[in-house]
Design a protein around this ligand. Sequence first.
Ligand code: NDP
Length: 332
Amino acid sequence: SRYFTIHSHPKGLPTRDVFSLESRTLPALEAGEVRVRNRWLSVDPYMRGRMDGVTTYVEPFTLGQPLEGAAIGEVLESRDERFSPGDLVAHMGGWRDVAQLPGSGLQALPDLEVPPQAFLGVLGMPGMTAWTGLNRIAQLKEGERVLVSAASGAVGSLAVQLAKAKGCHVVGIAGAPEKLEWLESLGVRAVSYRDKDARQLGADLHDASPEGVDVYYENVGGICLEAALDNIRVGARIAVCGLIDGYNAETPSPGPSNLSRLLIRRARMEGFIVTDAQNWEHYPTFLKDVGPLVAQGKLDYKETVEDGLERTPDAFLKLFEGGNTGKMLVRL
Ligand code: NDP
């Protein structure tokens, strides 16, 4: 099996040479174990936090051991009676070509007419995150005004469409012109944050939603949060999903100078982790809600694909440069 590992904890934005491609011979299967040939690997922003060697809400990666992440593959060999060769499964043995793990760590793919890799993106953890943040954390209501940062990414692009489907007025923040165009094609007012300070971005958000926003779906932090705070309405809710702007910061950046807006507007800002039991138990409801829309082509989703295990670190690092639209994936 070939796999990626790291031998030291990166400082700041990781460089490509932090990642080392290694190989090892897998032992024969023990009772209950399954061997899987991976077809699709997920790279996700949260993986950066796992490289720091400290426990947050997940354990850090172990130096020298294979990195982990969501993956979809085909069962090669099984000593768990629930799985047979040829089955497609989802599991956390990513960053490698062949994974060997206990059958308890595998999930059969839900029965929906969608490509299998959709369960790493729009119908997997990122999709579930968008749905949870909007509906359960922000408690979005029909017709409200919504703002989403990193709006063309895996989470953001579903969040904007779910909000549109609820009849909301939706503004999305993104980087590149093609991303803004895609968002506009989905009926979203798209605003770029590039080369702007918080004040300028705030003014542009005001133009895009002159009456302000009831819900801010936060994926970025930094100037996006500061600009968003200038535009919140009374009773606004901010779902703090991610703060990617700070993931590679070597020193903490100062908080928004206008945090007092939360108070003035009697708004609520709440963090959440999608995989906590009280959120994840609603995954079947999410699939029932969103699965048919994806299968019928009523929801648009994009994938940015890198080919070959060797490209996994490059795919991961692109997340921090905006090198992806929609879900970032590696195809083996
Ligand atoms: P994306 O597909 O959105 O990829 C990351 C995107 O973030 C990039 O394409 C880029 O788009 C944007 N970005 C990167 N750096 C910056 C920056 N400094 N300023 C502004 N935008 C930036 O990733 P995901 O959809 O997987 O994740 C989105 C967010 O959701 C992340 O913060 C992640 O940590 C969080 N998350 C939280 C979960 C939870 O349980 N709370 C679960 C899953 C994800 P652009 O070109 O627009 O800059």
